[in-house]
Design a binder for this molecule. Sequence first.
Ligand code: C2E
Ligand code: MG
Ligand code: MG
Ligand code: MG
Length: 292
Amino acid sequence: HARAGTAPRRVAVAEGTAAVDLDALALHTELPAAIADGQLRVHYQPLVTAGTHRVVGVEALVRWQHPERGLLGPGAFVPLAERSQAIVALTRWVLREAVAQCAAWRADGHDVGVSVNLSAAVVGEPTLVGTVRDVLAAHRLDPGVLTLEVTESALLADPAGAAAVLAALRAAGARVSLDDFGTGYTSLTMLRQLEVDELKIDRTFVAAAPQAPADAAIVRALVDLAHRLSVEVVAEGVEDARTAEVVRGLGADVLQGFHFSRPVPAADVFAAAPAPVREVVLPADEPVRAPR
Ligand code: C2E
Ligand code: MG
Ligand code: MG
Ligand code: MG
């Protein structure tokens, strides 16, 4: 035993690590009961058209209202859930909640879709396609209002298997989106093989585009490639007006980020615009002029 005050640094580091792991273990253990007990929440972040900033969709982002620890972000527990079957129950819950909320908004006259994130483990889950069909049918929703987001890394373990699942989801009418695109190791040809509907350019490229020519070039190239494949482009992580304008100029179709809204509870999404306002569409190239 080391005497007090002389313990080697290595031990202190090991103890710190163990404490974190125990913390994670506790959350991991609590999660299934927490889902059943109704402690999960979904917050929604708007997606807006690049030109007129009209809300066309929302991304469902899960949170855990933990009785002792407060509101936890997905980074604190989704990776833990992914290590067990808990991710299947979590995803099913988020899907049900998000689709029900989308149906409610649509019944109120808001023409919006909803996007739900899928982990790799869920893409490989045999019940996924059936769950998606059932959830949409329960609300008599046009399946095209649901977009399922997957990351490149989620496809790496079993690209052929994942491609088959994504094809089945699309056959059921849902849209498929490649999330955080550009950060993984997927080759660009995967875009063609997968036949996705949407590509979300990772926010690292988006945030850098206004000042870094290389990042702007990457965004432009991804937009051009996607558009040639009839894939819609979402720029994520738009944090200011300048970035919104730059990525619109680079061809992005839809924008998402703190500049427009942080993820918020469902009740706050349309709080500023309770009744849908009819959009006045102006010709894109013509500046607005006051009548003479
Ligand atoms: P994601 O799918 O890429 O979601 C976008 C994340 O970026 C969200 O973080 C959002 O709050 C954040 N974000 C949005 N706009 C901006 C911005 O302008 N600037 C910055 N710096 N960040 C922005 P959040 O909610 O913490 O979610 C993190 C990740 O957790 C998500 O990344 C997604 O991969 C995962 N996740 C969230 N909900 C679920 C879920 O229900 N199931 C699964 N499997 N994963 C989920
Ligand atoms: Mg996402
Ligand atoms: Mg993303
Ligand atoms: Mg991300």
